[in-house]
Design a protein around this ligand. Structure first.
Ligand code: PLP
Length: 305
């Protein structure tokens, strides 16, 4: 199971020379940067833990990754969801089906008599935490433990850069919660401050991403530089320019994913156009399983390109 040490490829995309850190080649059970975010939980010797607790959407890739993590560690996974759509229960597919096949216990809060008006996170915090055989991972692995695996990723990039002829390097990656970008940036500040992280907000706008950064660290030196989009795009919505940029990316011979990478590449390209071709390494964060459902949606809406 490959969970670290991915290669870097040199490609040209729309005339720009770019390096791509191939974290898409990590094991698919820990795709979408989960191998990095969950490395701590995979490696630490936990003596007392019997149960892993998480929450999120029943189709989240973190559900599948946590199910595999729990199985590897011999724990029970209790994953709390706000509700499960009838369609998913009747025709389990994707991350949900894979998680169930790995023994996950997906708990539908809307069916619990003691829910009151609590959100999934509040329910877990009020009813479960405090029991000492429980390990709780917040939604999508957004917690300080993610720093452990992201430090290892930063080390790999530093090691690769030491063999390159240039003195500075920008690392670009699209952000959701900003966890990956922030901990990478902080690691580079310690390891090699000629490397800096650039990112863009894919979920919510720039202000939302700044808030996420502040929740993770109140030291603004840790906060990566945000490249602002010229207009607001809504997460998960289909845009023709996303579809076109995704095709442009794929001409590199590497398949990218359709949720984060199109805006990521648009903003990376915008930065390169404004700053000349500074050495740029784009972090491919995996997540290709999601293309199985996203691509047919794009094809239905915009046809073939
Ligand atoms: C493919 C992909 N790219 C980017 C992200 C965003 O990562 P983060 O929430 O750490 O900003 C995710 C979410 O984990 C993802 O699955």
């Amino acid at each position: 199971m490959q969970l670290s040490n991915t290669p870097v490829d040199a490609v040209t995309i729309a005339g720009h020379p770019i390096f791509v850190k191939r974290d898409d080649l990590l094991h698919p059970a820990f795709s979408g940067n989960k191998a990095r975010k969950f490395a701590y939980f995979l490696e630490q010797p936990y003596q007392q833990i019997n149960r892993l607790v998480g929450y999120g959407s029943p189709q989240a890739n973190s559900l599948y990754s946590m199910a595999v993590l729990a199985q590897m560690r011999g724990w029970q996974l209790d994953f709390y969801v706000d509700h499960i759509a009838k369609q998913i229960l009747e025709h389990p597919a994707g991350n949900y089906a894979a998680a169930i096949a790995h023994g996950a216990n997906v708990i539908d809060l809307s069916q619990l008599p003691d829910r009151q008006d609590l959100s999934t996170r509040e329910y877990i915090e009020q009813k479960l935490l405090g029991e000492n055989d429980i390990l709780f991972i917040p939604e999508g692995g957004r917690c300080e433990y993610a720093e452990y695996g992201l430090f290892q990723l930063a080390r790999e990039i530093v090691h690769w850069k030491q063999q390159q002829p240039f003195s500075n390097l920008n690392v670009f990656l699209p952000s959701g919660t900003g966890t990956t970008a922030l901990f990478l940036n902080r690691s580079f500040a310690q390891l090699d401050n000629s490397i800096r992280v650039l990112t863009c907000a894919v979920v919510g706008g720039d202000d939302y991403l700044k808030l996420q950064f502040e929740e993770l660290s109140n030291d603004c030196n840790d906060h990566p530089h945000i490249v602002s989009a010229p207009k607001r795009y809504h997460f998960g919505k289909l845009y023709r320019e996303f579809y076109q940029h995704w095709h442009e990316l794929n001409q590199s011979g590497i398949e990218f994913e359709l949720l984060y990478d199109p805006l990521g590449w648009m903003m990376c390209k915008q930065y390169l156009q404004q700053h000349g071709d500074e050495p740029m390494l784009y972090l491919h964060q995996g997540g290709l399983l999601g293309n199985e459902t996203m691509l047919p949606r794009y094809k239905r809406k915009f046809g073939e390109i």
